[in-house]
Write a protein that binds this ligand. Structure first.
Ligand SMILES: [Zn+2]
Length: 296
């Protein structure tokens, strides 16, 4: 069975010199995936996203802000047509949701990432919260219990803020603390579970914490899992002090597949030159894990 990769050139059409969240993150990963022959791939373009779908997660003020040609903050510049790029990334998340529901293995290889964007504020390289938009879409279109799993090294503060105390969903985030954005030290509300990892935590311990989060997620008994797949907990990443190796991302993919629940993954962070290898390792893990779908 092939792995569906959702991507298109809209996500490499903007950049600022020196910014770590750069087009090469996607273009080198696309090149790597096109070069390999181990995994059969099925390439797809993102679909459209309606304002109404975005506005379940965000205020109309945030959508309007993306049209104003001033930087939002130092991390989150204004780019010409950033609104279009952010909408394409959100559209890819919705496409990934659809694919997961029909039992496909799917990965959204897009930028900008989304998990730091809150209801009212773009921040941390993120403009629209792709995962929250997809989860809220899932909840109004038949999913009863949706879990998010966020293994980006940074806390998914935006996802937490948007989905806090929403019936039918639960958020599980494993991240370095202390680290940007400074949140995620403890659980929040009745449905957001945080697993802070100290900077430089030995790899085995880091992996045990990931395993605990996955076990708690499994106990929530989700019928769908939305994964914020960030690869910046990698030992070689320049933005944080994680200790994970490529084989740990392979293991994560395998473990998620092993839960036997439909899931989709969206690229969040990951800033090292090895990002293509880390994504490839994850996808191989997803594809090799035990599959036992109960279509949800
Ligand atoms: Zn990150």
């Amino acid at each position: 069975m092939s792995v569906k990769i959702i991507t298109d050139e809209r996500c490499t059409g903007y950049s600022r010199e020196g910014h770590p969240e750069r087009p090469a993150r996607i273009s080198t990963a696309v090149e790597r995936l096109k070069k390999q022959t181990e995994l059969p791939l099925d390439w797809a373009a993102p679909g459209a996203v309606e304002d109404a779908q975005i506005l379940r997660a965000h205020s109309s003020e945030l959508l309007a802000r993306l049209q104003i040609p001033h930087d939002i903050d130092g991390d989150t510049p204004f780019y010409e047509n950033i609104a279009g790029a952010a909408r394409a990334s959100a559209g890819a998340a919705l496409g990934a949701l659809k694919a997961a529901r029909v039992g496909e293995t799917v990965f959204s290889l897009m930028r900008p990432p989304g998990h730091h964007a809150t209801r009212d504020r773009a921040m941390g390289f993120c403009y629209l919260n792709n995962i929250a938009i997809a989860v809220l879409e899932a909840l109004v279109t038949g999913s009863k219990r949706v879990a998010t799993f966020d293994f980006d090294v940074h806390h998914g503060n935006g996802t937490e803020a948007i989905l806090l105390n929403r019936p039918g969903c639960a958020c599980f985030s494993v991240h370095q603390f202390p680290c940007y954005p400074g949140t995620g030290a403890a659980n929040a509300g009745d449905n957001c579970f945080n697993y802070p990892v100290a900077p430089g935590t030995p790899r085995e311990t880091f992996r045990a914490i990931l395993g605990r989060a996955l076990s708690d997620l499994n106990n929530f008994r989700p019928d769908l899992i939305a994964v914020s797949a960030g690869f910046d907990a990698y030992a070689g990443d320049p933005l944080a002090d994680g200790t994970l190796l490529a084989e740990d991302f392979h293991w994560l993919g395998q473990s998620l597949r092993g839960l036997g629940v439909p899931f989709f993954s969206l690229l969040e962070g990951g800033y090292s030159q090895d990002l293509p290898e880390l994504i490839f390792a994850y996808l191989k893990g997803v594809e090799s894990g035990k599959r036992s779908f109960n279509h949800g």
